[in-house]
Design a protein around this ligand. Structure first.
Ligand code: GDP
Ligand code: CA
Length: 341
């Protein structure tokens, strides 16, 4: 450890829940007097990326970058502050975009820049590096992979099945069509982006953000090599439940969980990630006070349940949650012999 009070932290994160949590971790590190930029690596989900009207969108990466750069629209919860939508309106007139998927003008500026750089041969990692040159992020963001990976949702319509991109299912249909399964075509052939495996191996602490377990954390874990690196790391692995009092805090993660046969409960999601001792991921799992009755069951499964306030309402509550996760990682170390398989 470079600073005796500050661990080197890796956070696995999706978009909105992921960026609120990442802001909290950065702030908690700063409050410990640490240089967050050299202590915090965020591995971002890129499973819900897509091509739309000729440009490459990376929604979760962009949510993380905008939040850490402080240029996000905090009120709306996504996109850029001070955004306008003239280009999007024009694209709709041309019938050239998804009318239910608004692309802000400032946001489109980034997508155009990214698409140009990708066309010139840059990797997704290098594109994020260029974004971080313009906006100091106080953290290192790595995409889970430089490869293009999609999330495809298959829904049942009567007796037939129909598949669509995750963003269409989520944004157009508001997750109202019952999913049969989620697939990530391309993921089996993908490799982790440069630095992903190394940062996990060198970490003192790995944190799973309270992101959607199925479509945010799931694709990251599906990149070959990442799950093994997590099982092997000497770092503690601490997750935060995205479920409070039996329901998702924001979003529609419950529909995703149901599709993979996991109940919307803090204990069921912990069991889904699994205990380190059983070849799963978790050493400790933060659950809300409203769910404290589940502690004994979670403990019995070999995962240390830690009851804390889990609502991220502002920077202070997010930083307090991150500090709680850091302390849980210090207390609940992987037991000797369990980190190595
Ligand atoms: P997305 O990629 O933009 O959908 O965002 P994420 O996958 O990163 O995060 C979405 C998840 O964050 C939702 O399933 C929520 O349950 C969870 N979430 C959002 N806000 C909070 C919060 O304040 N506390 C906790 N514990 N979870 C939250
Ligand atoms: Ca997402």
């Amino acid at each position: 450890m470079s600073d005796s009070r500050a661990p080197r932290i890796v956070v696995l994160a999706g978009g909105v829940g992921g960026s609120n949590f990442a802001l909290g971790v950065r702030e908690a590190l700063r409050r410990r007097g640490a240089d967050a930029a050299s202590h915090l690596t965020i591995i971002a989900n890129t499973g819900d990326d897509l091509w739309l009207t000729g440009v490459r969108l990376q929604p979760d990466v962009d949510s993380l970058v905008y939040a850490l750069a402080g240029v996000n629209d905090a009120q709306r919860g996504w996109g850029r502050a001070g955004e306008s939508e003239r280009v999007s309106a024009e694209l709709t007139q041309w019938g050239a975009s998804w009318p239910w998927f608004t692309l802000g003008d400032l946001d489109l500026g980034l997508h155009l820049a990214r698409t140009g750089w990708l066309r010139d041969g840059a990797t997704a990692s290098e594109v994020i590096g260029r974004m971080a040159q313009r906006w100091p992020l106080g953290a290192r963001i790595l995409p889970m992979t430089d490869a293009e990976v999609d999330t495809i949702v298959t829904v049942r319509e009567g007796t037939a099945e129909r598949s669509m991109h995750f963003q269409e299912w989520w944004t157009r249909h508001r997750a109202a069509l019952t999913p049969v399964r989620f697939d990530n075509p391309g993921v089996a052939a993908a490799s982790p982006a440069p630095g992903v495996i190394e940062s996990i191996a060198d970490a003192d602490l790995v944190l799973l953000a309270p992101s959607n377990p199925v479509v945010s954390i799931g694709p990251i874990l599906a990149v070959p090599g990442i799950r093994d690196a997590l099982r092997d790391t000497p770092a503690s692995i601490v997750g935060t439940s995205p479920i409070i009092a039996g329901s998702v805090v924001r979003g529609m993660a419950d529909v995703c969980l149901a599709a993979i046969g996991v109940d919307s409960s803090a204990a069921a999601v912990a069991a889904h990630y699994g205990a380190r001792a059983d070849g799963g991921l978790l050493d400790a799992w933060l659950i809300a006070e409203e769910d404290s009755v589940l502690s004994a069951n979670i403990d019995a499964s070999g995962i240390a349940a830690v009851v804390r306030p889990l609502w991220m309402r502002d920077l202070d509550t997010s930083a307090a949650l991150a500090e709680d996760a850091m302390r849980a990682g210090e207390v609940h170390r992987p037991r000797r012999g369990q980190a190595a398989r």
